[in-house]
Each structure stands twice: as structure tokens, then as C-alpha cells.
Write a protein that binds this ligand. Structure first.
Ligand code: AP5
Length: 214
């Protein structure tokens, strides 16, 4: 399970871990954005929360995760990215996992100073066609506004605008940061990783924390 504030690099590292080591990547943010693109009822209900930087209600998120996990084979490793975000989600996840005889065994907490998070979020650009993520400050595309991978037009996420970023950071502190104590008390292995470093250096520590050194 990968915990950490908005913009700390969870998605970037999760995609790489899954590519290099295999695992099912469950990102509730990605699932919600996909639902929005497809125009499903869930996507429409989630939109008003996401655009304001608020959390989508726990019951919707738990339904989404349950559905996603029902498609995953019992022996497959699962990497949760950006889930759970509240104590109610964490408790709900325990119930789901207990039913299939599984549990959370490793939690990795990415940490970085707030000014780093704000800069990363303000510079993030993503490709709506293939999902590639760039950063105007740290990893710009070869040609401004154009995806290196598929040639799509890069966009800025609505929730990466300055006011919404402020709200998301506060929501993280209020509702998600308490999960660190929750999992500390829970018996899961917890590793803190300094994420305000080069992507490759962060990855070395992340891979080691989940038991698959590179
Ligand atoms: P979600 O998509 O989960 O957003 P988040 O947690 O706020 O995380 P981000 O995607 O913003 O950042 P990240 O840590 O993945 O960073 P990234 O790797 O992209 O959630 C969005 C919304 O959906 C929520 O606000 C909420 O409304 C809703 N939602 C989702 N899950 C929910 C849940 N469980 N419950 C309720 N609501 C939920 O990196 C950021 C940028 O930095 C990129 O440009 C990247 O290229 C760059 N970068 C990354 N690492 C480095 C590095 N080491 N050095 C330099 N640049 C870097």
C-alpha cells in the first residue's frame, strides 16, 4: 500500500513497480478518472468532489475497490495507490481482505516538503489518450504540450489548479495522514521513503521496501 500526499510521486513509482516487478495496480484516482471519461453514473457523482479537491464518499470508493478486487486472482500481489484515504476506507478494506484470507502486509509512506508537492502538481501534464505523465519542471516532453509516447495533446488536471491543490493538501492532513498511526497500530510493516529525490533514487528505496530490491 502506497500512502502519501498529492503530488509526492505515488502514481509515477507505482507504474514503474508494476512494470518491473508485476502486481495489480489499484489506483482509485485512476479508476475514478476512467469512470468520468466513460461518463458512468459513478464518474458523474465523483466529479463534483474531485474538482473541488474533496474526497469522494467512502461507500462509493469501497464499492469500486470491491469490484476491482473481484477481478484479481487470489494469489496476485496488489499495490494500492491513493487508497485508502480515510479510516473508514481502511476498516472497509480489512473486511474485504479478511473474507478472502488476505491482509495488508506492507505500507510505504512517501514524504516530501509542501513546496515540492505544489511545484510538482503545478507542473504536471498528462496525456488523456495513453495516460503518460510529464512535468514541465522535472520531466518535460520533447515538444511542449505533445505526448512523447503517442503524440496526444497534454492536459493539466482540473484539480491541479492552485486553489484546489491547497484544498487537497489540507484534506490529506485532516483525513488521510491519520492512517499512518492506524497502520502503525495494525501490525503492517511500515517504511517511510523520502520522495523529494530523483525518481530513480526513490524507486530503489520503494522496491526494497516491498521486498524486491533493484
Ligand atoms: P489521486 O489521483 O489519487 O490524486 P492524489 O493522491 O492527490 O495524487 P496525485 O495523482 O495528485 O499525485 P501522485 O502522488 O500520484 O504524484 P505523481 O506520480 O502523479 O486522487 C484524485 C482525486 O480523486 C482526489 O482528490 C479525490 O477527489 C478522488 N479520490 C481518489 N482516491 C480516492 C479515495 N480513495 N477516496 C476518496 N476520494 C478519492 O507525480 C506528480 C508530478 O510530479 C508528475 O508530474 C510527475 O512527473 C512528477 N514527479 C513524480 N516524482 C518525481 C520526482 N521524484 N522528481 C521530480 N518530479 C516527480
Amino acid at each position: 500500500m502506497l500512502l502519501g500526499p498529492p503530488g509526492v510521486g505515488k502514481g509515477t513509482q507505482a507504474v514503474r513497480l508494476v512494470d518491473e516487478m508485476g502486481a495489480e495496480h489499484v489506483s482509485t484516482g485512476d479508476l475514478l478518472r476512467a469512470a468520468r471519461r466513460e461518463g458512468t453514473e459513478l464518474g458523474q457523482r465523483a466529479q463534483r468532489y474531485m474538482d473541488k479537491g474533496e474526497l469522494v464518499p467512502d461507500s462509493l470508493i469501497l464499492d469500486l475497490v470491491r469490484e476491482q478486487l473481484s477481478e484479481v486472482a487470489a494469489a496476485t500481489d496488489v499495490l494500492f495507490d491513493g487508497f485508502p484515504r480515510t479510516t473508514a476506507q481502511a476498516t472497509g478494506l480489512d473486511v474485504v481482505l479478511e473474507r478472502v484470507g488476505r491482509s495488508v502486509d506492507t505500507v510505504v509512506l512517501f514524504e516530501a516538503p509542501e513546496d515540492t508537492l505544489v511545484q510538482r502538481l503545478s507542473g504536471r501534464r498528462s496525456c488523456p489518450d495513453c495516460g503518460a505523465v510529464f512535468n514541465t519542471y522535472f520531466s518535460p516532453p520533447d515538444s511542449e504540450g505533445v505526448c512523447d509516447r503517442c503524440g496526444g495533446t497534454l492536459v493539466q488536471r482540473v484539480d491541479d489548479e492552485a486553489e484546489t491543490v491547497k484544498r487537497r493538501l489540507q484534506v490529506y492532513l485532516d483525513q488521510t495522514a491519520p492512517l499512518v498511526s492506524f497502520y502503525d497500530a495494525h501490525g503492517a510493516r511500515m517504511t517511510r521513503v523520502a520522495a523529494d529525490r530523483d525518481v530513480d533514487d526513490v524507486f530503489v528505496d520503494f522496491a526494497a521496501a516491498v521486498g524486491g530490491g533493484v
